[in-house]
Design a protein around this ligand. Structure first.
Ligand code: ZN
Length: 251
């Protein structure tokens, strides 16, 4: 059975200073649930030049003030880059924190420091590995940071799912993937805070499996990055469900 290449490091369990809900238990609860389906790969720190592809010097220097946050956020971005590289061959997952989709060119917030998704794609563009990309953001919250960075970039289509019902969520998601196969790569910003017991109260565990299947059938050159998801008791099973959906559609 195809194991999902999964970027993971124990360093993501670092208890750096952030809000209480974005804590190391998020990662450990997922890590323990996906042992039989994930092939773990240790990421490397991204380069400062990768950060500069997406962020101002001002914001980088601000994050640098906290060495622990800075190192962990650089490792998360490095994990996203590696996941994107792997996706050129086969679908992949980045089990990383801090998340990134609320980090823009000259701002950050919402528990995010650097924009893992944008950095991964810009790195691939800069090396000539891709000529276009589709980002689908399925987190409960709008990926304002990602939008800020990519909005004027004609090579990138950014689609954010923002639904108030489960049915609407699926219909928007289906629409977002309509032309997925025409892109060199698809990056999915996956938040699990849409879960029925999480803040969004929208989706069931089985829905993540179905969405992942739709993603991979839409385009197998897909990488998935962990964004939000705060209901720790079921976070692991939801991510496992998602990875099973990816696995089921891999040849
Ligand atoms: Zn969120």
């Amino acid at each position: 059975m195809f194991m999902i290449p999964t970027l993971y490091s124990e360093k993501f369990l670092t208890d750096y200073i952030t809000v209480d809900c974005e804590n190391p238990d998020r990662i450990s609860s997922i890590f323990s649930e996906i042992q039989n389906i994930a092939e773990f790969i240790e990421p490397e720190l991204c380069e400062v030049s990768d950060l500069l592809l997406c962020h101002s010097e001002t914001i980088i220097k601000l994050v640098m003030k906290d060495k622990v946050v800075y190192e962990t956020a650089r490792l998360a971005a490095g994990g996203a880059i590696r996941a994107a590289e792997i996706a050129l061959e086969r679908p992949s997952f980045a089990l990383i924190r801090p998340p990134g989709h609320h980090a823009g060119y000259n701002f950050n917030g919402g528990f995010c420091f650097f924009n893992n998704m944008a950095i991964a794609l810009m790195n691939l563009f800069s090396r000539g590995f891709i000529s276009d990309a589709l980002i689908v953001d399925i987190d409960l919250h709008y990926g304002n940071g990602t939008y800020d960075i990519v909005k004027e970039d004609k090579r990138i289509a950014f689609r954010n799912i923002d639904a108030s019902t489960r049915e609407d969520f699926f219909s928007q998601f289906t629409e977002a993937l309509q032309d997925a196969s025409s892109f060199d790569i698809v990056g999915c910003s996956a938040g699990f805070d849409t879960y029925i017991r999480d803040w969004g109260s929208l989706l069931f565990t089985r829905d993540y499996r179905e969405m992942a299947g739709m993603l991979i059938s839409g385009n197998p050159h897909t990488f998935v990055i962990l964004e939000g998801g705060y209901y720790i008791p079921d976070l692991g099973i939801n991510v496992r469900s998602f990875l099973e959906g990816m696995q089921g559609h891999c040849s």
